[in-house]
Design a protein around this ligand. Structure first.
Ligand SMILES: [Zn+2]
Length: 242
């Protein structure tokens, strides 16, 4: 693998991601919602940080940016469409653009629904997608700005990535998502097996992510929704699920 991805727990249940391009040593940090744990991870990886990649403007994804930039001089990459509500950008990108992580390209994907300016970064050579609050393990983001059709298109774009692609998402919501998913697909054997595994991981204090696109295609009721109406019904059901 040309790119190494490491989850950095932030705040209560957020993950930032540290990405290292092994060919060049270039290091990128995605969605630093809290500076201290991110800077500790950067230091532990050797102290270099070249890029900060932002998926969307929410505070729990960007609150650490200013302190991280001040400490490292990293360049900030985010959506041009949301430049007015993101921290100051050095590189404003739009869907279809490519950001170079050293020698490795990261393609910018349009990923609306949770917010309208939300983007994802697909690093094909590394087998990684940074999907923020669009796709979670066994779940998807709340529709705070977009319509179900926006999220359906965003999820379809992620579902089309290769099965082995690592899903580097923004939150540890997996156990709650599994509880809901099992009400949607009580007979899904892959989901039942995943429930057992995820419970054991959390009991051991470990992250349940990254998963893979292939795993999500087998277990995620939002990625598995066949049409917009089904996705809308499931998302509304999760919004009120206890
Ligand atoms: Zn968010």
């Amino acid at each position: 693998m040309a790119v190494r991805a490491q989850a950095i727990p932030c705040l209560t249940d957020n993950y930032a991601w540290l990405l290292t391009d092994e060919a060049t040593g270039t290091v990128a940090l995605c969605d630093p919602g809290e500076a201290a744990p991110c800077l500790a991870a950067v230091a532990a990886a050797g102290g270099r940080l070249d890029l900060v990649l932002l998926t969307h403007h929410h505070g729990d994804h960007v609150a650490g940016v200013a302190a991280v930039v001040a400490a490292t001089g990293a360049k900030v990459v985010g959506a041009a469409a949301d430049a007015h509500r993101l921290p100051p950008l050095d590189v404003a990108v739009k869907p279809g653009d490519t950001v170079m992580l050293g020698a490795t390209p990261a393609m910018v994907l349009d990923s609306p629904g949770h917010t309208l300016g939300h983007i994802a970064f697909h690093i094909a050579d590394g087998g990684v997608v940074l999907c923020g609050d669009t796709l979670f393990a066994t779940g998807c983001g709340r529709l705070l700005e977009g319509r179900p059709a926006d999220m359906f298109a965003a999820l379809a774009a992620l579902a089309a990535l290769p099965d082995a692609t690592l899903v580097c998402c923004g939150h540890e919501y997996t156990e709650s998502n599994i509880h809901f998913a099992r009400t949607v697909e009580p007979d899904n054997a892959a989901l039942a097996a995943w429930a057992t595994k995820a419970t054991a991981l959390r009991a051991a204090g470990q992250a349940t992510v990254p998963t893979t696109i292939g795993h999500e295609r087998a277990t995620n009721p939002f990625l598995r929704a066949a049409d917009v109406a089904t996705l809308a019904t499931r998302r509304a059901g999760k919004d009120s699920f206890r």
